[in-house]
Design a protein around this ligand. Structure first.
Ligand SMILES: NC(=O)c1ccc[n+]([C@@H]2O[C@H](COP(=O)([O-])OP(=O)(O)OC[C@H]3O[C@@H](n4cnc5c(N)ncnc54)[C@H](OP(=O)(O)O)[C@@H]3O)[C@@H](O)[C@H]2O)c1
Length: 261
């Protein structure tokens, strides 16, 4: 992937990792278009000098509208970063998670798949293009408190592999960014201030440095995410031990939050 002179659409680019990536790519000399739902975040993005477009990633109509508008307003568009996402606790035994599960699947899994289907005919005409998905370490070792979230991230990883294979003889590159636990508001204030989470700027700097050092890499895996990505490589016993101990530890650490559900 070329890191300058690209025209990049970032979904959910108004906050957290999306905004961090938007700023970093803009600084390197790319045109960055921030797409998002909340108008206040888009307004802030405009104040920082970004072009913005509105989208609700749970709606096929809205996603198709975003693709059309982006292509029409920015004909050189040649990169998309599928970053928009939500993450919710779901206590499955309560049997009350239908809405959370639906929103999560639409936003995190179906949304990126649909957006690609509307962008690919345009990307095919570009000299070179890049599709970047944003998964999670939790795609590889699930956090049981957020079951649908982890399933969508595992799903997007799987889809990314198939997409890359289907496009291997084209000029469209497919990359996956695998974030670890990062200080953003994804799950609210607690996460944004959690000293156990990776500071956002450190994460963004490591992502950019991986892309600079190895622009053709398929997966961008910062050091903190490596043990997750590689958990299954070390055998089933090792994987099960990691899965169980992490889940026990986090359930304990977040007991008050969990018991309130
Ligand atoms: N932070 C972490 O620890 C972590 C770890 C692994 C993976 N990730 C992934 O990184 C990505 C970014 O998350 P983040 O941590 O930066 O959290 P964030 O700040 O909450 O960012 C998520 C963004 O997605 C947007 N979004 C959510 N639903 C949307 C919808 N229906 N339509 C349009 N935009 C929507 C949000 O905008 P609105 O508020 O306007 O809806 C927000 O700007 C997500 O895919 C997340 O799963 C994060």
């Amino acid at each position: 992937m070329k890191l300058t002179d690209q025209t990049i659409l970032i979904t959910g680019g108004g906050s957290g990792i999306g905004l961090g990536l938007a700023e970093a790519f803009k600084k390197m000399g790319n045109q960055v278009i921030v797409a998002g739902r909340s108008q206040s975040k888009l307004e802030m993005a405009r104040a920082k000098g970004f072009e913005t477009l509105t989208v609700d990633m749970t709606s096929q109509e809205s996603i198709e509208g975003l693709a059309k508008e982006a292509i029409q307003k920015f004909p050189n568009l040649n990169c998309v970063i599928h970053n928009a996402g939500i993450m919710k606790n779901e206590k499955l035994i309560n049997g009350d998670n239908a809405e959370a599960a639906t929103d999560t699947v639409l936003t995190n899994l179906l949304g990126p798949i649909l957006l690609n289907s509307f962008l690919l005919p345009h990307f095919k005409k570009q000299k070179a293009a890049t599709i970047i998905t944003v998964t999670s370490g939790l795609a590889y070792v699930p956090l049981s408190m957020t079951p649908t979230y982890c399933a969508t991230k595992a799903g997007i990883h799987s889809y990314t592999e198939s997409l890359r294979f289907q496009l291997k003889d084209t000029a469209i590159e497919v990359k996956e960014i695998v974030p670890p636990y990062v200080q953003t508001h994804l799950m609210g204030e607690r996460q944004a201030n959690d000293p156990n989470a990776m500071p956002l700027d450190e994460f963004i700097n490591e992502v950019i440095s991986i892309l600079k050092n190895n622009p053709s890499t398929d997966e961008v895996i910062v050091q903190r995410a490596a043990s997750f990505r590689q958990a299954a490589y070390k055998g089933e016993a090792n994987y099960k031990e990691m899965f169980n101990s992490r889940n026990e530890f986090l359930l304990n650490a977040r007991k008050t939050e969990w018991d309130a559900l």
